[in-house]
Design a protein around this ligand. Structure first.
Ligand SMILES: [Fe+2]
Ligand SMILES: [Fe+2]
Length: 222
């Protein structure tokens, strides 16, 4: 899988995707602090925001190491901005539940699936910084589990319905799939299939958020 000669630019493109995701996760976690009144959740979110800021720096450092030239990730940025726009409108409406679905469940779940799959290839090749990567994956898992715990509690207390959560999820999934496939050229260039990454993410979603079929993504030319 990673990293053969000539693949640095493609890998940098995938890492650019991760940087933009980390920046969005940072901004969202920071904003979510004011959307909950529970001190334990506020403390977790403040810690998450710090970690996401650090993750973004780690990936930016890796990109600079791979390709000293400035990257122009226009297509990825455009689709990440679409996702960001919808998430920011949920923040503006103070809809904590929707932000949890969009960030901790979908974005974190996707990031976690990508990191785990990339990790398999990196371990096979004896790549350095294994401990750092393990910490990063562990933190992303914790962010995803945090969202799942709160939503499960909300369901138990009848503060939200399964239908509402499924509806919110279905609004964000096509955007997330389009986002992932905006990097498809880079995936194929390193002999990876983005559909396998999507499937790994989707199968990891709790059954109560899944529908019978995985959503289509929007055309990349849009
Ligand atoms: Fe992160
Ligand atoms: Fe995260």
């Amino acid at each position: 899988m990673l990293i053969k000669a000539g693949e640095h630019g493609h890998l940098a493109q995938l890492l650019t995707f991760m940087v933009l995701g980390e920046q969005l996760a940072h901004d969202c976690a920071q904003a979510q602090i004011s959307l909950t009144s529970e001190p334990g959740q506020q403390t977790f979110l403040a810690g998450q925001a710090r970690q996401e800021g650090y993750h973004a720096m780690v990936f930016q450092g890796a990109i600079r190491w791979l390709t000293p030239r400035v990257q122009h990730p226009s297509l990825i940025s455009q689709h990440m901005n679409n996702y960001r726009g919808r998430l920011e409108s949920a923040i503006a409406r103070q809809d904590f539940t929707e932000t949890l679905v969009a960030e901790q469940i979908i974005l974190e779940g996707l990031g976690e699936a990508i990191l785990k799959k990339i990790e398999t290839g990196l371990v096979k090749r004896g790549a350095p910084f294994q401990r750092l990567r393990r910490i990063l994956i562990h933190q992303e898992e914790a962010h995803h589990q945090f969202g799942l715990r709160i939503l499960t509690k909300m369901l138990e207390r009848d503060e939200v319905s399964h239908d509402t959560l499924r509806d919110r999820t279905q609004e964000y999934l096509p955007l997330a799939k389009t986002l992932l496939f905006s990097t498809q050229d880079a995936f194929y260039a390193i002999d990876e299939n983005p559909q396998e990454y999507w499937d790994a993410f989707y199968q990891h979603l709790p059954p109560w958020l899944q529908t019978t079929s995985s959503p289509a993504h929007q055309p990349l030319s849009s």
